[in-house]
Design a protein around this ligand. Structure first.
Ligand SMILES: Cc1cc2nc3c(=O)[nH]c(=O)nc-3n(C[C@H](O)[C@H](O)[C@H](O)COP(=O)(O)OP(=O)(O)OC[C@H]3O[C@@H](n4cnc5c(N)ncnc54)[C@H](O)[C@@H]3O)c2cc1C
Length: 489
């Protein structure tokens, strides 16, 4: 969607940025830096390292800096402006979310998408805007990072972790290479960041020339004229199917296991500050009940994405169509389904992501020690054990991991899981747009409390050492001699 600027772009943004600067000044933000400097064998130690500079990583970094925890850096393996899914593997035309969401604005009106948009294109364009084009959301995140001057380093991958005393050594590679020491580590690594793609067993061993995951880079032009199948009924399955159709695929079949399309977006429907702030505090059985129910009812694909597929005469929807087996057969794929055999040239698995920490080499040092819900938090009276929930990490109040065996990996207490995998413990505050500011607030309160408690001796010593007088001694006269004089009379 194109927007006609109502004012020259730079003037609008410049005014907004000036207003934001004033608001921050009025609120005395960023707060003064307060964490004592630390060194280890002469090497500087970061207070917090954030891995991932997508939306969650940016919100976390911004909140840390605004809270006066300034010795912070965020690394992202993606080049600047390509973090997260928005302009890489996301294939929807617009966000699903309503345009009015506050997102990562951390309670600052001038940091909202709306402020950024109207500063450049005006109120009329805002009114006319339906949903946010995904590229524009990325542009907004790029501006957010720039206007807050966030300490982000791109093209740097975290490759490993190790404990060094009470610190965490983080191995990095890319534009910067080496080992960084940190007191706390925030994993804002996104949907696939704690595991990877969730892939059905029937794709194991099938040549990658015949299939892709929906979050893979896919050469859609190569699908021109081809018979394509898409597995799944979620947003990504529709977006990938539509992209294939628009690129000239010969046919696209949606293979959907469910008997009916999910049609109601349950959890979004009951969204409120109660859910945002309260979910973390209800008993585990309730958390399980909420997320088990929404996992079973599933989130429907957006209507616009579904219409984007169904408007093509060569798109077909097969419901109640489970896949039994897939094999390569004379240059194509023979797919055995519950509705009979089907033949395709290419298959796209829109099957989502998993929390299998063991599948990511950078987590090798912590993966075996991470306590999950199946390690005791889940009990059979909560309902059926559901994969994807039972393997969710059992997190503490600041999103910190817990050890499966106490004492086996103490650094976990300082590693914060600020991504989608936190949902079962914390509610939806570390993945989607609506409540990411509330999540960042909860995370940073926890880290601040931990940093203060760990340094409590230093803070107390500072208290003792502090000797700047507020009173200079010339503000009053001691009347005791007068009293003594009167008594002597
Ligand atoms: C296709 C798609 C569409 C979505 N649409 C919406 C929507 O409309 N509304 C909504 O509310 N939510 C939506 N979401 C959900 C959510 O908002 C996004 O997933 C969002 O990107 C989450 O932000 P994040 O920071 O957690 O993860 P990401 O944006 O994925 O950022 C994670 C970052 O971590 C980096 N990273 C990972 N591992 C490493 C490593 N080892 N070293 C260095 N860097 C690393 C990655 O490069 C990435 O940039 C969508 C998700 C997807 C996948």
């Amino acid at each position: 969607m194109k927007h006609t600027p109502t004012a020259p772009m730079s003037t609008g943004l410049a005014a907004l940025e000036a207003q934001l600067a004033q608001d921050l000044d009025f609120l005395e933000l960023p707060a003064k830096s307060w964490v004592p400097e630390r060194f280890h064998d002469g090497a500087p130690v970061r207070d917090v390292v954030v891995i991932g500079a997508g939306m969650c990583g940016l919100a976390a970094t911004a909140k840390l800096v605004l809270t006066g925890i300034t010795n912070v850096v965020a690394y992202d393996v993606a080049p600047a402006g390509l973090e997260g899914p928005w302009v890489t593997f996301a294939r929807m035309q617009t966000l699903r979310s309503p345009k009015t969401l506050h997102g990562p604005s951390l309670g600052l009106p001038q940091l909202t998408f709306r402020a950024w948009f109207t500063a450049q294109w005006g109120v009329e364009a805002w009114r006319a805007l339906d949903k946010i084009p995904r590229g524009q959301w990325m542009d907004y995140l790029v501006w957010y990072r720039k206007v807050l001057a966030l300490p982000v380093r791109n093209s740097v991958r975290m490759t490993g972790l190790a404990p060094v005393g009470d610190l965490i050594a983080i191995d990095i590679e890319g534009a910067e290479t080496g080992r960084v020491l940190a007191r706390h580590l925030v994993l804002a690594t996104g949907r696939s960041g704690l595991g990877g793609f969730a892939l059905p067993d029937f794709l194991k061993g099938i040549d990658r020339a015949y299939w892709a995951h929906s979050a893979d880079e896919i050469d859609f032009d190569a699908l021109k004229g081809k018979r394509v199948a898409v597995i799944g009924a979620g947003a990504s399955s529709m977006d990938n199917a539509a992209t294939a159709l628009e690129a000239g695929a010969g046919s696209v079949d949606m293979l959907i296991r469910r008997k009916e399309m999910p049609r109601i977006n349950k959890l979004t429907g009951i969204g409120s500050q109660g859910v945002v702030l309260g979910m973390h505090h209800v008993p585990d059985a309730w958390k399980w009940k909420f997320f088990d129910y929404t996992a079973s009812t599933q989130t429907p694909p957006p209507r616009s994405s579904t219409l984007r597929v169904s408007r093509h005469p060569n798109a077909r929807f097969f419901l109640d169509c489970g896949i039994v087996a897939v094999r390569e057969d004379t240059g194509s794929l023979l797919v055995e389904t519950t509705q009979g055999p089907m033949r395709y040239d290419f298959l796209i698995a829109a099957t989502g992501f998993s929390n299998d920490f063991n599948s990511r080499s950078e987590f090798a040092a912590i993966a075996p020690h991470i306590r999950t819900w199946s390690d005791g938090r889940y009990t059979p009276d909560m309902g059926l054990l559901r994969a994807g929930m039972s393997d969710a990490p059992d997190l503490g109040p600041a999103f910190e991991f817990r050890e499966r065996v106490p004492g086996s990996c103490p650094m976990l207490a300082h590693i914060h899981c600020f991504n989608d995998a936190a949902m079962l413990t914390h509610g939806k505050v570390s993945g989607d747009i609506p409540a990411v500011s509330a999540g960042a607030d909860r995370l940073v309160r926890g880290i601040a409390a931990s940093l203060f408690a760990e340094d409590v001796e230093t803070h107390f010593a500072n208290l003792i050492a502090y000797d700047t007088p507020e009173l200079l001694g010339d503000e009053w006269v001691d009347s005791t001699p007068l009293l003594q004089k009167e008594a002597a009379l």
